[in-house]
Design a protein around this ligand. Structure first.
Ligand SMILES: NC(=O)c1ccc[n+]([C@@H]2O[C@H](COP(=O)([O-])OP(=O)(O)OC[C@H]3O[C@@H](n4cnc5c(N)ncnc54)[C@H](O)[C@@H]3O)[C@@H](O)[C@H]2O)c1
Length: 361
């Protein structure tokens, strides 16, 4: 198969969909790999690393799309890429179709085959190509929170882990899924006093079993959240209700109970946020203050750590790419029902019901 990896052109996107290691595996199996010059630089891989792995470097994005049967990417194609995608070309990337009608219409028009990372399912129903980015964001939430709790950054001026003889900071994590468990682990590892809240009792049982003693699990309710607000230093928002906007677990009115200089990191901001006052920010301007509380609400947190995020993402995507390369997409999807769930648009038709529903198509 001829596989092409273009350089990501979305603003501030430094990840790359194929590493030199992945390239080597594909080339060894007899596939041809085209990589656009500079595609891996933001993640620490120069063109030479790809050449050593057997890839052919192409000078422009147009060349990569024109010569490849399969395109592997990170972010959804942006408008300038729409016309590069052609009939019967297979595109494997994050699409998030439901949030963009123009993208959906453009891919229908292209008659390409679009397999979206975000809807590929594992046998247990989990979303294996979303998990790694949640893991990155959960761990980063504590790094960012600890940073913004420092006085010069606008925070209250507390060290997350305290020191001997001085009590640590108090961290509340709302939601104990993938983001939440990673955030709780990181905060606990730094020595903070952590309260992890969820509404799923089975999940709370599991979390209570596997997390260290400085993480307490508490059932999530307005009453229980309110009780913590006057003493909390850092809140991490990590709630998800699949297919719905995140519920506002901390309202504007509740925020006034928090102390000046306390920090909220709302990771769930991409689903509207679970703190009412959150609105999406960027890495260039990540924070704002409401009622004295510092808010960090970057919608693409993993973008800040491409060296880690590229490997985390490709570790998860590569086994699927290999199946597609070895068998062709049709046979690969026939043999793997979870991979088939990733098909969203095929030769001019939407084949993933929630996307069709989103646009009444
Ligand atoms: N900002 C970013 O860069 C970034 C990166 C990755 C993920 N995310 C987002 O982070 C959010 C969490 O993702 P995830 O992978 O951890 O999801 P997940 O499904 O693994 O976990 C969500 C958890 O929220 C819990 N929950 C639901 N309602 C609750 C409530 N009222 N109170 C407390 N807990 C509740 C669920 O029981 C579940 O355990 C999602 O919105 C995701 O899109 C953002």
């Amino acid at each position: 198969m001829i596989i092409g990896c273009p350089k990501e052109i979305k603003n501030n996107e430094n990840r790359v969909a194929l590493t030199p290691g992945g390239c080597l595996e594909l080339v060894r199996r007899g596939h041809t790999v085209y990589v656009q010059t500079g595609a891996g630089v933001g993640s620490g891989y120069d063109d030479d690393a790809y050449v050593e792995s057997g890839a052919v470097i192409l000078p422009t994005i147009e060349d990569v799309y024109a010569k490849s049967e399969t395109i592997v990417k990170v972010k959804e194609p942006i408008a300038s890429e729409y016309d590069l995608i052609r009939e019967d070309q297979f595109v494997f990337t994050y699409f998030h179709f439901a949030s963009s009608k123009p993208l959906t219409e453009a891919m229908i028009k292209s008659k390409s085959i679009c397999l979206a990372y975000e809807t590929v399912e594992a046998p247990n129903g989990s979303l294996p190509l979303l998990v790694p980015m949640s893991e990155v964001a959960g761990r980063m939430a504590i790094q960012q929170g600890a940073n913004y709790l420092e006085k010069p950054k606008g925070g209250i001026g507390i060290l997350l882990g305290g020191v001997p003889g001085v009590k640590p900071a108090k961290v509340v994590v709302l939601g104990g899924g993938v983001v939440g468990i990673q955030a709780a682990k990181m905060a606990a590892g730094l020595g903070a006093q952590v309260i992890l809240m969820d509404i799923n009792l089975d999940r709370l049982r599991y979390l209570a079993d596997v997390l260290p003693a400085n993480v307490r699990t508490v059932y999530s309710s307005e009453y229980n959240i309110r009780k913590e607000l006057s003493t909390v230093d850092l809140i991490v928002g990590a709630v998800l209700i699949p297919g719905a906007k995140a519920p506002h677990l901390i309202t504007r009115e509740m925020l006034s109970e928090m102390r000046d200089g306390s920090v909220v990191v709302d990771v769930a901001v991409d689903q509207g946020g679970c703190i009412e006052t959150c609105k999406p920010t960027t890495h260039a301007d990540p924070t704002f203050v409401v009622d004295g509380v510092l808010h960090y609400c970057v919608a693409n947190m993993p973008g800040a750590v491409p060296y880690t995020s590229t490997l985390a993402l490709t570790n998860a995507t590569f086994p699927y790419l290999l199946q597609i390369a070895e068998k062709g997409w049709e046979k690969a999807c026939e043999d793997n029902a979870g991979l088939k769930k990733g098909l969203n648009v095929v030769r001019g038709e939407i084949v993933y019901q929630p996307v069709a529903d989103a646009f009444g198509m």
